[in-house]
Design a protein around this ligand. Sequence first.
Ligand code: FES
Length: 196
Amino acid sequence: MLRESLRELDDVVLVHSCPTAEDAIFGAELRALAAARRIHLIERFTTGRGRLTVDDIVAAVPDLAERSAWACGPAPMLDALEQHYRESGMADRLRTERFRAAPVVTGVGGSVTFTRTRTSVHTDGATSVLDAGEAAGVLMPSGCRMGVCFGCVVPLHRGAVRDLRNGDLTTAADSGDGVLVQTCVSAAAGACEIAL
Ligand code: FES
């Protein structure tokens, strides 16, 4: 959104929060924009400091009430932000984008086996492979969790997954297929094996 709109904007403050500097998706690009004085970038790393709160945002951006705001992130943070804007009588100044892809298709689900960690879980057709893996304790690569950044892409070893956004099936007959899937927007469609 920022890339598309920056030409028309001359006063942008971006508050970005993630565990460490290395975890920042598009971090290098954002820091370059800040160095060129195209945006004012405020980075907050949650490792050791805890999650970003509404109070943190209000403190970091003193003129927040005079700005239009776009917020994207996990549901509890967005719920708190929406409450803050509602109670401050400026709900029309906030637009939010939920961190999860909205599933429009539910498939049959099935067992997901993570071959390297030898972990297997049974999932329903609405649970992403990313969520299923994390719930089972598998260290899953991830980023935006909404199908944008491709930070969660891993090889599908065998079986089928369904894209939660449009229902498209991706299948792999053998581990040599080289098929990759975005785990944050894919759910098992029958038994499948993920190379993690
Ligand atoms: S985590 Fe960004 S596309 Fe899956």
